[in-house]
Design a protein around this ligand. Structure first.
Ligand SMILES: [Zn+2]
Length: 163
């Protein structure tokens, strides 16, 4: 998945972090430890510097491990706001579909992202599918656009009206 600096910065916003920490984090997710400025390892051994993990994970489960969602952000395992969780494409699609309940068909979803990529200039600066889906979710659900030059999300309702 995309673990670039751009994607970490794009993921570092309250809208996405709130949505993903609510019920979407799973064992695949990598996180960026803000305190130590590094990514968790892919095998979920946590932050290489502090050993902290983005969620409490039980690896002995017969299914290969699961996350106890009730203990997300457990004080023992991590510090609140220490992490930027990097969402996968399907998680971003899930966030979108959980709000836009009338757009849950696969073809509808593909049509929506195609329309977005064709009409929104942000698609030209997105360097991965993850970035494109993240920009799509932020645009559709929060009317915010990524300003690559300033590395932040900004509300641009005026532009949305033009499209
Ligand atoms: Zn750390």
């Amino acid at each position: 998945m995309d673990t670039s600096k751009e994607y970490i910065k794009m993921s570092d916003c309250p809208e996405i972090q709130a949505a993903i920490s609510k019920n979407k984090i799973d064992w695949r997710n990598q996180g960026y430890c803000k305190k130590h400025k590094c990514l968790t390892t892919e095998d979920m051994d946590g932050c290489p510097q502090c050993g902290g993990m983005i969620a409490k994970i039980y690896k002995d489960n017969e299914l290969g491990g699961y996350i106890d969602r009730t203990s997300l952000w457990d004080e023992e395992m991590c510090e609140y706001n220490q992490w930027i969780v990097l969402p996968y494409q399907d998680q971003l699609q899930g966030i979108y579909c959980s709000v836009m309940v009338n757009r849950t068909e696969v073809f509808d979803l593909i049509s929506e992202i195609f329309r977005f990529a064709n009409t929104n200039p942000i698609s030209e600066v997105c360097k991965s599918m993850e970035q494109l889906w993240l920009a799509f979710v932020m645009w559709e659900l929060h009317a915010k656009q990524w300003l690559a030059t300033e590395e932040k999300w900004v509300a641009l309702p005026a532009i949305k009206e033009k499209i």
